[in-house]
Design a protein around this ligand. Structure first.
Ligand code: MLT
Length: 255
C-alpha cells in the first residue's frame, strides 16, 4: 500500500489516477469540520456544490421542509443563504433530517476531485481517529492492503499550501502507520508526517497563528478555529456518494 499526499487542489487529474485508492479529503478550516459536525448532529446529507449559482438552483428544486442552503464566500454567509460555514450553526435543532446544499471557496471544489476513487471520505482533526479506525477496521479487512493506495487530498487555500490541512494529513499518516504494516510512504507523505512531528507538541497554538486561522479570527470566527483544530470532537465518518452522476453531484452521508 502506498500512502501519498496532495498539498493543494492545483493538479490535473488523470482519468484513472485514483481508481485504486481510498481518498481522504481534508479542509480543516472549515468545510470538512463543519460537515463532520452537521452529520454528527443528525443532518441527512450534504450536497457539495462548487458555485453559489448552482447551489441556489438545486435548492429551488428541493422540498421546502427539508432543505438548507449553506456556505461561504470570503468566510461570510452569502446573501440569501440560510446558514454560513461555521460548525456552530449546524445544531441538531436546525439540521436534523435535513439535506444541506453547501458551497464553499476551496472545500467543495476539492470534493469534486478523484471521481474514480474506490472510496472518498471527508477528514479533519475533529474526526481523524474515526476515519483511521474505519479504514483499518472496516475497509482493510475486506481489501488486501497490497491492492489499494491511500491518498490524502488537501484543500489548501486558493490553490496554495495550507499548514492546517497538511498537518492534519501528517497526523493521520502517523496514526495509519502505527496500525498497518508494509506501508510505502511517498516523499510528500514523509514531508507531511515530519512537519506534523515538528509541531505536534503545540499543534493548536501553532496552527492558530497561520494564514487562514488569522483571517477567520479577523472576521470574528476565533471559536470556529478552536473547534476545527480540536481532536476527535465529532467521531463520524462522512462518505462521499454519487447523488446525480449526470449533473456531477455528490451526497455526503454517514456510512
Ligand atoms: C473553504 O472551503 O475555503 C473554507 O471552508 C473556507 C471557510 O469557511 O473558512
Amino acid at each position: 500500500m502506498k500512502v501519498d499526499v496532495y498539498f493543494t487542489t492545483n493538479f490535473i487529474e488523470k482519468d484513472e489516477q485514483f481508481s485504486n485508492s481510498i481518498v481522504i479529503m481534508i479542509d480543516v478550516l472549515r468545510a470538512s469540520s463543519t460537515i463532520a459536525n452537521a452529520l454528527r448532529n443528525g443532518a441527512k446529507e450534504i450536497i457539495p456544490v462548487d458555485s453559489t449559482e448552482k447551489a441556489a438552483e438545486l435548492y429551488s428544486k428541493l422540498s421546502r421542509e427539508t432543505r438548507i442552503l449553506a456556505g461561504e464566500r470570503n468566510g461570510m454567509k452569502p446573501t440569501g443563504f440560510d446558514l454560513g460555514n461555521s460548525p456552530f450553526e449546524f445544531t441538531t435543532d436546525i439540521v436534523k433530517g435535513k439535506t444541506i446544499i453547501l458551497t464553499t471557496t476551496n472545500g467543495t471544489k476539492l470534493f469534486q476531485k478523484a471521481k474514480n476513487a474506490k472510496l472518498k471520505i471527508i477528514g479533519s482533526f475533529v474526526n481523524s481517529e474515526a476515519v483511521i479506525n474505519f479504514i483499518c477496521k472496516n475497509i482493510l479487512q475486506e481489501i488486501t492492503p497490497e491492492n489499494i493506495n491511500i491518498n490524502f487530498l488537501c484543500a489548501g487555500n486558493f490553490g496554495q499550501f495550507s499548514y492546517e490541512d497538511t498537518l492534519c494529513a501528517g497526523y493521520m499518516i502517523n496514526q495509519l502507520i502505527q496500525s498497518i504494516s508494509h506501508v510505502e510512504i511517498s516523499d510528500a507523505s514523509h514531508a507531511a508526517k515530519s512537519l506534523y512531528h515538528q509541531y505536534s507538541d503545540n499543534l493548536k497554538d501553532f496552527l492558530k497563528t497561520k494564514e487562514h486561522s488569522s483571517y477567520l479570527k479577523s472576521i470574528g470566527f476565533l471559536e470556529d478555529v478552536n473547534f476545527c483544530l480540536e481532536l476527535n470532537l465529532c467521531p463520524v465518518v462522512p462518505i462521499i456518494h454519487t447523488y446525480n452522476a449526470q449533473m456531477g453531484l455528490y451526497s455526503i452521508r454517514l456510512n
